[in-house]
Design a protein around this ligand. Structure first.
Ligand SMILES: C[S@@+](CC[C@H](N)C(=O)[O-])C[C@H]1O[C@@H](n2cnc3c(N)ncnc32)[C@H](O)[C@@H]1O
Length: 283
């Protein structure tokens, strides 16, 4: 994942203008250009994120046998119902949903942009071959390699995934509905406002039931990014700010990891990625 705009990547400065979430042209998001730039090939930084998220979810369910989407299991969350997953701001990225696939009875891909909704709907029947490299990293854990009922990953993805168009600021009306969740590069990559960043994290967390395992990823120090011909806003966050935004909604330890860019060198406008893994509290 690389959300640097080309000029920022070249080290040229770009004046950052304030832009709130509702002001950006999300429907003009060029999903194909985004996939080509970020996910056509598996990058080492995304592989590190996959390792971390895979292990977090696998450990959670290993410690709680019976709480999974397997036939005969009793579900997760504290209600013992079906396991419902959500990926907030799914965009044109399938790997957060793939990371939840072994355990979920249903996965909601929640997304605002009409273009990305169309992309996700198009991937549902038979996702593209380049996602296999992402799946292969997950398959280093048994839960992914041996899907319930020996189901093939594409068949399970098709059966469990539903795409829902919506605005994450309205997620409040579904408070506590989902039993596990992901939100990758959304809260800090949708507005220049720190207030909206914090509200984005809060809406995601409030959508999860108490105890639900979650994984969230953030760009560190982003000043906005270009997708195709369109520029989108971001607010620059640090690992400490991510921790401060997540911890009030989490029980026990939250694991926060900073992931540098491939090659290790820091460049202007892009300082790396931050991943937060934990469990929702009841706040
Ligand atoms: C940088 S992209 C990240 C996409 C994807 N999650 C990923 O990991 O690559 C930000 C995504 O947030 C979505 N988004 C922006 N504002 C949103 C909102 N208010 N509600 C839901 N999704 C939103 C955008 O359409 C876009 O898909």
């Amino acid at each position: 994942m690389d959300l640097r705009s080309p000029d920022v990547a070249d080290g040229k400065s770009r004046e950052v203008q304030q832009e709130l979430n509702a002001e950006a042209s999300w429907d003009l998001f060029d999903s194909a250009a985004y996939v080509d730039r970020n996910y056509r090939f598996l990058r080492s930084d995304d592989a590190q994120i996959l390792h971390m998220v895979r292990d977090h979810f696998s450990d959670y369910f290993r410690e709680r046998p019976g709480r999974s989407g397997e036939a005969g299991a009793t579900g997760t969350g504290r209600s013992g119902g079906p396991v419902l997953g959500i990926d907030v701001g799914a965009g044109a990225n399938l790997y957060p949903a793939l990371s939840m696939l072994p355990w979920c009875d249903a996965i909601t891909l929640f997304e605002r942009s009409a273009a990305n909704v169309e992309y996700l709907e198009g991937q549902r029947p038979h996702y593209d071959a380049h996602w296999n490299d992402f799946w292969d990293v997950l398959c280093e854990e048994d839960a992914y390699r041996d899907l319930p009922g020996d189901e093939e990953p594409r068949a399970r993805f098709r059966r469990t995934v539903e795409v829902q168009q919506g605005d994450l600021f309205s997620l409040d009306r579904y408070r506590g509905r989902w039993s596990m969740g992901t939100m990758f590069f959304v809260a800090e990559s949708m507005s220049t406002s720190h207030q909206e960043f914090e509200t984005g994290v809060e809406r995601f967390m409030h959508a999860l039931a108490p105890g639900a395992p979650f994984a969230a990823a953030f760009m560190e120090g982003s000043r906005g990014y270009k997708v195709g011909e369109q520029f989108f806003p971001a607010c620059s966050v640090t690992a400490a700010e991510v921790r401060d935004s997540v911890v009030p909604y989490a029980e026990g330890d939250v694991r926060i990891a900073s992931i540098g860019m491939p090659g290790g060198a820091l460049r202007p406008g892009y300082e790396g990625m931050i991943v937060a893994c934990g469990r929702r509290n009841s706040a």
